[in-house]
Design a protein around this ligand. Structure first.
Ligand code: ADE
Length: 226
């Protein structure tokens, strides 16, 4: 799989992909992640500007279509993209289901939004999907791109050592994950549930399912209706 990200702040995306599971997935050649500076495609070679004042005289700057068109076209000339995603609070809400679906794709292109907005023609003509990571407004789409990339990449087979552990994540079957514990079995008078120490795999599985259901009903009942 390959993920390309177009941004005006490539530095913001250095750290999220340089550690832990994402870095391992890159090192194992399970995924390539390429971050592109939108300013490299600016028509203004001197100041490398990629934004301008909005028509109609509103406050705030607007991302211009020309550099975005050039960047997307350049990347599209090299490969076909399954989706060209724009990060925006207006988008469809990101979910585990969406992460699962995107993790099966070959090539993804993510365009990070910035400034007050983006020339609407980009949204009408150049992208295939708008995704929001939640009902709040970030200063830019970079964190959203990093979060989506993380959720997608960890699902690629082989990215997580124990593949079972991605399948038993919260949300994977619309249920929250059951509680987990590790040694010591008792700390400060707080004991791990006896069933987990019983060695009885069937009882443990039953207990985990009960816990998942109880936690989902109590904490996220909407998941059970979905
Ligand atoms: N850009 C600004 N806010 C955002 C959000 N909530 N999700 C995705 N991209 C964004």
């Amino acid at each position: 799989m390959r993920i390309d990200i177009i941004t005006v702040l490539p530095e913001l995306l250095e750290s999220p992909f340089s550690h832990s599971i994402i870095k391992r997935a890159i090192d194992k050649n399970l995924v390539e992640i390429h971050v592109h500076n939108l300013r490299d495609y600016s028509t203004d070679k001197r100041h490398r500007r990629v934004d301008d004042y909005p028509f109609g005289g509103d406050a705030g700057m607007v991302m211009q279509i020309e550099p975005i068109f050039a960047a997307i076209n350049h990347l599209k000339s090299e490969r076909n993209y399954d989706e060209i995603i724009f990060t925006s609070p207006d988008g469809e809400q990101f979910s585990q289901k969406e992460a699962n679906s995107l993790s099966l794709k070959e090539n993804l292109l993510i365009l990070c939004g910035h400034y007050k907005g983006i020339d609407h023609r980009v949204r009408e003509h150049l992208i295939t999907k708008e995704i929001s990571i939640g009902d709040y407004v970030l200063t830019g789409g970079e964190m959203a791109a990093a979060i989506m990339t993380d959720a997608i990449v960890r699902l690629i087979p082989g990215a997580i050592g124990d593949e079972q552990s991605a399948l038993s994540d919260s949300f994977q079957d619309n249920l929250l994950a059951p509680p987990v514990y590790t040694r010591p079995a008792e700390f400060n008078g707080w004991r791990v549930p006896d069933v987990l120490l019983s060695g009885n795999e069937k009882l443990i599985k039953e207990w985990q399912m009960e816990q998942s259901l109880e936690r989902t009903k109590r904490l996220r009942p909407n998941l059970l209706n979905d």
